[in-house]
Write a protein that binds this ligand. Structure first.
Ligand code: CA
Length: 332
């Protein structure tokens, strides 16, 4: 039986009203410093008449910045005269995590992208997920969710969609990825799809597009430019914002199987042997993990299981057993 309890979140915006509204998704959160307090998640709605609805999100993970930078900017600058339909912008989806600068929420350690479909009577993170699941995703025709590598990973700048059982839905998602026009476009697979926002949107039949644009717990000028241009391009492609898509060259990449992920088997000092975007042959050493407890030990060598390019790498210099050390992708 689905839990039909209403969401505790109340929006201060009207999603069906024309014009620009800047408001909040207000989530009651009683705590030591605020007995009747709330988490105030910023939301912007820009609507101009009938038309498709785009749902744009950043800060699903709180330490990823290209999405929030592009989306706070879009909320401030998008003129409803240029819109046909509705743009719903939540620049910092896991707002407590975003304010803490951490991947997961400091309140409940909730990882937003492992919390779907959420619960109206769950943790703060689960309550936010439930609101997206039952109130925001159903409104959307197209969903763009920004990610970057956060503090522990660094990625080639790419826009991505997933291979889906429904080929028409998949084709629409990859057409939106092409419109985004990131330097790289990825046919992406996931290590574990359970609880992901991506999966929730895709299971609802939505056109779902995501990104990985750099990482390391910061942003770069170039990746923010890519995010800004890509957002407008997706909105133009969807017919929501007027004007032609600004196409720039992209290289298509494929993650053909779980073999593209490499994991550290020891703690130590990681030495990535090639940089992002550089080519490797199958069998070549991609990274070495040096023991630090004593001198004289041979490093653990991580070898490429396929020929391709380095698409992502562990970012901090120290690595722990089990950490994702490198991700390879095949050039199409
Ligand atoms: Ca992420």
């Amino acid at each position: 039986m689905p839990n039909l309890r209403p969401s505790p979140i109340s929006p201060t915006v009207d999603f069906d009203a024309d014009g620009v509204q800047h408001g909040f998704l207000r989530l009651p959160y009683s705590r030591d410093d605020s007995a009747w307090g709330s988490v105030m998640i910023p939301v912007c709605v820009i609507r101009n008449g009938e038309g498709p609805t785009a749902l744009l999100t950043g800060g699903n993970h709180g330490d990823e910045y290209e999405g929030p930078l592009a989306l706070y900017d879009l909320a401030r600058t998008l003129d409803p005269k240029d819109v046909s339909g509705t743009v719903i912008i939540v620049p910092a989806m896991n707002y407590p995590a975003f304010r803490a600068g951490t991947r997961t929420s400091p309140i409940d350690k909730g990882n937003m992208n492992r919390s779907f479909p959420g619960r109206p009577d769950g943790t703060v993170t689960e309550k936010i997920a439930d609101y997206f699941q039952r109130h925001l995703l159903p409104r959307a025709d197209i969903v763009l969710d920004f990610h970057s590598g956060g503090r522990t990973l660094d990625f080639l700048p790419f826009c991505a969609a997933h291979v889906l059982p429904d080929k028409e839905q998949e084709q629409k998602a990859f057409a939106a990825v092409a419109a985004f026009s990131a330097p790289y476009s990825m046919r992406m697979i996931e290590i574990d799809t359970v609880g992901m926002y991506d999966t929730a949107a895709e299971e609802m039949g939505k056109v779902f597009v995501t990104t990985e644009l750099g990482g390391g717990g910061t942003s770069r000028a170039e990746t923010v430019r890519i995010a800004r241009r890509g957002t407008l391009n997706v909105l133009r492609h969807a017919g929501i914002v007027s004007g032609a898509v600004e196409k720039t060259p992209t290289r298509w990449l494929d993650m053909p199987s779980g073999d593209c992920f490499s994991f550290a088997e020891d703690d130590g000092l990681i030495e990535t042997m090639i940089d992002l975007g550089e080519s490797v042959e199958a069998g070549q050493v991609v990274a070495r993990i040096h023991s630090v407890g004593r001198t004289g030990g041979a490093p653990q060598e991580i070898r490429a299981t396929m020929s391709g390019v380095l698409a992502a790498r562990h970012f901090p210099g120290l690595v722990k057993a089990g950490d994702c050390a490198a991700v390879l992708a095949v050039v199409e």
